[in-house]
Design a protein. Sequence first.
Length: 130
Amino acid sequence: MDAKRRMTTPMNIVIGLGSAKEGVSHWWMQRVSSVALIPLTLLFVVPFGRALGDGYATVTALYADPWQALVAILFIAVSFWHLAQGMQVVIEDYVEGKAARTALLLSNTLLCALGAAAGIFAVAKLAFAG
């Protein structure tokens, strides 16, 4: 360690390296999405669990109900949003190289959006099938 670095206080080291003003907002959005997932998970899993194994006609009838279709779509959208936020934090914290980090962040966003779109499309297809 050079002499200049040894004489610098921790506060002087971080001056100019302040926050990007996004951390608190991101943290809150993760908490909001996790709290929203509690009732959405129960409202999605219980009816789906009851219909599981009864065949295509039962599942189609379940999601022909607009309320059940809406709950399923909200569950899928919020789940993938929460996943994208969590993975973003992991990538930002643990991936070293800027190019690798950027590629993984972009892949995370695209894959989560694609997964959400596919799930929402599947529910919409079931909802409008009958």
